[in-house]
Design a protein. Structure first.
Length: 133
């Protein structure tokens, strides 16, 4: 009987470890991919003055970023801090209206804000001593 409890404890421990590792890898991979999209969009805005030839590509990047975040947010909200997620969500939600209204200077700044929020989300999920304590 005691051996069964130990086996169940070990199995539960490894299941928990597997879940935590997969959640960490998912967060890191998705935030890196989204940061890459954000950086590509930042380069297309060219400091708030995008080239007219890049507007269609910039539109596609903003759509990709918004759709990707809306797909990813429900998954990561199960295991991540909501204030970190809210920071990314609020920045991503600002992108489309800024692009549609032609406020490219604000769009450029909001893209940087989005990239910073994604970077901060990634760093807070990494298992460091400061994050554990």
């Amino acid at each position: 009987m005691k051996l069964n409890r130990e086996i169940i404890t070990v199995i539960l421990f490894f299941l928990l470890l597997t879940f935590c590792t997969s959640a960490l890898l998912n967060t890191v991979n998705v935030s890196r991919r989204m940061s890459q999209i954000t950086e590509e969009a930042i380069s297309m805005t060219d400091g708030g003055k995008p080239d007219k030839n890049n507007l269609a590509l910039l539109d596609a990047k903003i759509t990709e970023l918004s759709d990707g975040w809306m797909k990813y947010e429900p998954i990561v909200s199960t295991y991540s801090r909501h204030d970190e997620l809210e920071r990314v969500s609020s920045a991503v939600k600002k992108l489309r209206p800024l692009y549609d209204s032609g406020q490219y200077d604000e769009l450029y700044l909001t893209l940087h804000e989005t990239d910073d929020a994604l970077d901060h989300l990634r760093k807070t999920e990494l298992p460091t001593i400061a994050n554990i304590l």
